[in-house]
Write a protein that binds this ligand. Structure first.
Ligand code: CTP
Length: 319
């Protein structure tokens, strides 16, 4: 589509393309960034043509039964069976049913959060979304603690909890799950093969220890729908990252969306090194060729939306 079509069909104005090279100041003057309510509503409406976060945030009990066979979204030739435990943990109604929040924070995992002092600001939002069970305990000053929804790619069990090889790691995961204290635990269980056992381990732990979390397992159509939305807006992502997924979902139930910890670059704007994750030793390059993600491209799109007031991206210190 040409530019005019994007403007008509899409929620992103041509400014998405034109202004994306402007840099975000480390300390943007508060008066400079202004929420653009009209644009936010337009984006919500457009995204609703592709997906409905209220529905797509989780498969519900009524739609599956134990023993059902599911083809993985990205590995169509591989299948999994819906286990008794998975079935037991499917929600009966959407955890977002009828929900609306004035302000939401989405906390990405970039090392840009270190020394940001953003914890208090993040915790002041009405709804806080975090990614991949990222730890908060030792980082509260910079990342806060409030958690209303946290995602968990099955690979996290391998990467951050050593595939539960012994009791120590099992205990660590248990503690992390206990600390979630009633929040939504969002597990993409049907995306890629290979996570099967990990999802089952977590499900089993939750049931066995009666952990107080509200589990959600995204719908089979969510990822393609999210990708479709962004492709339509000329953001040519391969596979949306957790962070972009969360933003796309949040547009449905959040009036204002603030992003923290989104910075997929090894250096900050003053050329100081930035860790890939604020809490571990994973390196950049991990996201390069082999990865299905296109984080810098996503970032460019989010930055453009920041500049138009549809969302607020914080990439420096909080006041
Ligand atoms: N993120 C970022 N910059 C980084 C690291 C993360 O912008 N240096 C954002 C991305 O949007 C990412 C989110 O924070 O999706 C959460 O980080 P991570 O847990 O690494 O995300 P995943 O997308 O799940 O990455 P992976 O598939 O590699 O696990």
């Amino acid at each position: 589509p040409n530019r005019a079509e994007v403007l008509i069909n899409g929620s992103l104005s041509p400014a998405v393309v034109d202004r994306s090279n402007e840099s975000i100041k480390h300390h943007p003057a508060p008066s400079k960034w202004q929420h653009n309510q009209t644009l936010s509503l337009k984006i919500r409406k457009h995204i609703l043509k592709f997906l409905d976060a209220e529905k797509d945030i989780s498969v519900l009990k009524g739609t599956l039964k134990p023993g059902d066979i599911i083809h993985y979204v990205f590995d169509r030739d591989s299948t999994m069976n819906v286990s008794q435990n998975l079935y037991a943990l499917l929600p009966r109604t959407s955890p977002l049913k009828g929900k609306h929040f004035r302000t939401c924070a989405i906390v990405g995992n970039s090392g840009i959060l270190l020394n940001s002092s953003c914890g208090e600001e993040i915790d002041a939002h009405n709804f806080v979304i975090r990614c991949n069970l990222a730890p908060v305990q030792d980082y509260t000053r910079d990342v806060g603690t409030k958690t209303d929804l946290v995602t968990m790619n099955p690979s996290v069990i391998q990467r951050a909890f050593e595939d539960l090889v012994n009791d120590t790691w099992r205990e660590k995961l248990l503690q992390r799950l206990h600390s979630l204290n009633g929040s939504i635990l969002w597990i993409p269980a049907f995306m890629a093969k290979g996570g099967k056992e990990r999802v089952e381990w977590v499900n089993e732990l939750i049931l066995k220890h009666r952990i107080n979390v509200r589990t959600a397992y995204p719908s089979l159509r969510l990822l393609h729908a999210v990708r479709g939305y962004w492709l339509t807006n000329k953001v040519y992502i391969k596979r949306p990252t957790t962070g972009l997924l969360m933003y796309t979902l949040a547009t449905r139930f959040c009036n204002r969306i603030h992003l923290y910890g989104f910075w997929p670059f090894p250096r900050d704007q003053d050329q100081n090194p930035v860790k890939y994750h604020y809490y571990d030793t994973l390196r950049y390059g991990y996201t390069s060729q082999a990865s299905p993600h296109t984080m810098p491209l996503e970032f460019k799109a989010l930055k453009a939306l920041h500049q138009q007031g549809a969302l607020k991206l914080t990439v420096g210190e909080c006041e």
